[in-house]
Design a protein around this ligand. Structure first.
Ligand SMILES: C[S@@+](CC[C@H](N)C(=O)[O-])C[C@H]1O[C@@H](n2cnc3c(N)ncnc32)[C@H](O)[C@@H]1O
Length: 380
């Protein structure tokens, strides 16, 4: 989950700082947000993404162009994108259908002219069609103003009429607009709990604001931004093969793989399906949240941690059994519960190096001092 988490209150800060590999502890100045969200990395918000530059470092350290890199917890595809830029093939799986859609859209190759024509055409078609809210379920009607929902549903109809693979790109534009158009405050787009229907004191803008009532401006803005990001990525990407599989890491079948770079979900922190609920509702994606490992709803009780260790050990031993002895497996974790020594042992992975990274650039509700570890392991 790189870059995200975990507060180390109580741990000796001095001891942690002492073990930090400075090269991975980039400051905001050294690695500004624009770099962390460059080209397709900024295609859609996603909580729990690791910084692409971290992947870049480990690709260069352990792999060569032409290798095939695996990410068993592919998320929105950071490893897959960076592996492609590096010149490697990549394969990833994720239990969340929306994350797979996002990773696929980022890594597919497009005819850029057709892509732009298709997306602009979908926007126009949606603008011309009516704004009926028919087809929107109870959840959507609760979280959107009627006008916004009508616009999102009109765009959905137009998006789904596009030929593949452009329909999927339009679905990502739709999801991003749907995220912005929810009935929530400007400062709580990550974890809104209840819809906000009236004026509110905005912590972000320091004045009274109102929840959003329309979606067009977002659909138009994200159409332009998406085309631009995919165009930029096309200038740095390679022709390597990228495979995204909607699967459980515990049963994923691999084929030949040169190594792993991944960041698994941490126990009890994020609900990966729920964070994109709007996309599941609008796109009617299959929901497999009961297979999500370490979901926030499970909490971090002793029983939940035991379940987490078993599930993660199953995922990594399923990976390790398909790799040759000595294959590098790089795992970015925030192991505040100290469960990884046991997970690695149970998975047949031996720890070669543990690099602590200082992450200090979160804003909003997740601001603060965070540390994470890069566990460099070998199969064997
Ligand atoms: C920390 S995120 C990975 C983020 C990724 N490194 C990126 O930058 O986008 C962990 C991912 O594990 C996925 N996940 C949870 N349980 C899983 C399972 N049983 N099999 C595969 N993926 C799973 C979640 O859906 C989530 O996308």
């Amino acid at each position: 989950m790189g870059s995200e988490l975990v507060d180390v209150a109580g741990a000796s800060q001095e001891a942690l700082y002492a073990s930090i590999d400075l090269e991975l502890s980039w400051s905001e100045d050294q690695l500004p947000q624009a770099q962390r969200t460059k080209h397709v990395h900024g295609l859609h918000p996603y909580l729990g993404k690791f910084v692409p530059q971290l992947v870049e470092v480990f690709l260069q350290r352990y792999f060569r162009p032409g290798d095939r890199i695996y990410d068993p917890f592919a998320g929105c595809g950071t490893t897959l994108v960076e592996a492609n830029v590096f010149g490697a093939d990549a394969v990833g799986c994720d239990i969340s259908a929306f994350n797979c859609l996002l990773a696929q859209v980022k890594t597919k190759r497009y005819s850029l002219g057709e892509l732009e024509l298709g997306l602009r055409g979908a926007l126009e078609e949606a603008r011309r069609s009516g704004r009926s809210t028919r087809g929107g379920g109870a959840w959507l009607r609760r979280w959107y103003a009627p006008q916004a929902l009508g616009e999102l549903l009109a765009y959905r109809r137009a998006a789904l009429r596009l030929p593949p693979p452009y329909d999927d790109v339009a679905c990502v534009v739709l999801s991003r607009a749907a995220r912005s158009a929810r009935l929530t405050t400007h400062f709580d787009l990550d974890f809104p709990r209840e819809p906000v229907t009236g004026p509110y004191a905005c912590r972000k803008h320091k004045r009274e604001c109102r929840p959003v009532a329309e979606a067009w401006k977002f659909l138009a803005r994200y159409t332009t931004d998406t085309v631009q990001r995919l165009r930029t990525f096309a200038t740095v990407r390679n022709a390597g093969k990228v495979e995204v599989v909607h699967a459980d890491a515990r049963s994923m079948e691999l084929g030949g793989v040169s190594g792993v770079i991944t960041s698994p979900p941490y126990p009890g922190l994020i609900d990966y399906h729920e964070q994109h609920r709007y996309a599941y509702e609008l796109l009617r994606l299959p929901d497999r949240r009961e297979r999500e490992i370490g979901a926030a709803v499970d909490g971090s009780s002793r029983a939940a941690l035991t379940r987490y260790v078993t599930a993660m050990s199953d995922a990594f031993s399923n990976t390790a059994r398909q790799l040759e002895r000595g294959t590098p497996v790089v795992i970015v974790v925030s192991d505040s519960h100290d469960v990884y020594p046991s997970i690695l042992e149970r998975s047949g992975l031996s720890l070669e190096e543990r690099i602590t990274r200082h992450v200090n650039r979160r804003t909003g509700r997740r601001a603060g001092e965070f540390f994470e570890d890069v566990l460099v392991c070998r199969v064997g």
